[in-house]
Write a protein that binds this ligand. Sequence first.
Ligand code: GAP
Length: 604
Amino acid sequence: MSTPTDAQRMEKIVSLCKRRGFIFQSSEIYGGLNGAWDYGPLGVELKRNLKNYWWHVTVHERDDVVGMDGSILTHPAVLQASGHVEGFSDPMVDCRLTGKRFRADQIPTQSGTIFSFQFARDAIPPPESFSALVHIAAPHLQADKSVSLDDAFKIALLVNERTNLGLQTPANDPESVLKFFLDLGHKLSTSSDVSVAELGEEFGTNYASNPIVSGDQFRVLIGDSENEAKARKKAKKLAQEFYRKRGLRFPVVDLLSTQPIENTRDFNPENGAELTQPRPFNLMFKTNVGAMEDESSIAYLRPETAQSIFVQFKNILEVSRKKLPFGIAQIGKAFRNEINPRNFTFRSREFEQMEIEYFCRADQGMELLEYWKEERLRFYENIGIPRSKLHVLTVPDEERAFYSKGTYDIEYEFPFGRQELEGVAYRTDYDLSQHQKASGKSLEYFDEETKQRFVPHVVEPSAGVDRTVLALICEAYSEDQAPDEKGKMETRILLRFHPRIAPVKCGVFPLLKNNSQLVAKAKEIVGLLRPHMTVFYDESGAIGRRYRRQDEIGTPFGVTVDFETLGEKDPGLRDTVTLRDRDSMKQERVAIQNLPAMLRERIG
Ligand code: GAP
């Protein structure tokens, strides 16, 4: 189901991310590397907070899950057995006009009229035809092999003038130019001057019978919104561009037919040009390990973290001495050569995953699938993504991997539409069985109680770190009205991060930077809080502006040291500060000594 999109909101988010140092385009100063992103000082804190919290609730808080950290370089046999070498591909199509590549399954359906062009011929005579014309125009000159459109006209017009043919200078379109040259050949061949007539005949025959042609067929889709004349013009223009790219300098296109069509995916949604037939495109990055660059040294950058968990299953089972059901968790980089990286970091070529492979008996699979779906939904709520913005899609039978008995996609309402954050899949015993078969090593589990040996089944919650970071930023982005220094209302931009994942937890501000007592006290508070949380000290600018700067990066708490802290007005307020809440902007008076515990509790 589609949800409303908000491109403007997304633009503001992307701009804030760059402005405040959350996310930058990779290799930006060299024009950028498509599909790769660098996290700046705040982005890396946010990402770490997310990963640490996931690790904490998944591994540290549980007895039944252990962690691992596998290598990114992967033996081809692993990915052969898992099916990635053969089948980890997306259907790819290319625009026949621009060469731009798309994922076939992401092309939207379109309706309109198809204009089919059969071939095109060049209105400019081939260079060899010109020798006859050059001869007429200037008998002492040799024709140049590469005659440009300009030169061709100059020569033809010169001939037209010299021989008093009286032809009109053609309009700047291929059809007029074609007609001009045909007429020129014809008129010259009937000249009373025998040598001109001979050369004219030679030129005319050559031009008519040996044109430069392209026999490539080409189709264009023009949407229903255009009227017929405009649609034709537009289609012709695209076709001319197509044939120009095939070497014709001034193509006269041959329109074979027009045909109305509904719901087709055969055309480039950006320009209407025909797409190639879909063909599979393997998404894995291949590399070579060691000094030799041949078949024997091929390795892959892993396309998911899951496979190293399966491959290390036996080792981890032995060392951890866990009993079923138990899980192995991993956070790490994965790489996919996505055809169309897009929507900021949402679809990247390098990204991180947080995956759990939760091994169990066959009869526990479906129940654990439900259990993990609920656990994962709870996780998102605990980091500030409300349940109302999350959707659980039951992946239908025909779209599920053939070995999976049940798969859920957890989706979030991004500003660019509802999209997958995480997949939770019951993958049966497929993965371990595949590796057992391919490696010849037993990956069986021995049940002490029943004395049975069997290959465990697995339920896999697989989440994307970068996608979750993006969801967190999208969810947190907010604008409201707040008074400025002079009490005038202005738009305030803020990130309403859950304190648990906010990159900076507390801003500390001395009211005045040129008062040494205020500054010393504020620095003392920084020292007090720093062992417990990330703190940002800021003494520059008006206090309101300092609050705004922290609001914009999502700092949930602000502590201001003022003259009351020094006990100047009321000794009872000595060593107290104002604690400001980012979202409500409410301020409360708090004793400095209570700050660490109070904030720790609110951070959660
Ligand atoms: N082991 C199962 C697996 O990898 P997946 O649905 O292909 O399943 C799991 O990937 C998660 O990894 C996705 O839900 C998404 O959050 C993240 N992910 C996948 N491809 C991604 C990409 N190109 N860019 C960013 N995140 C991606």
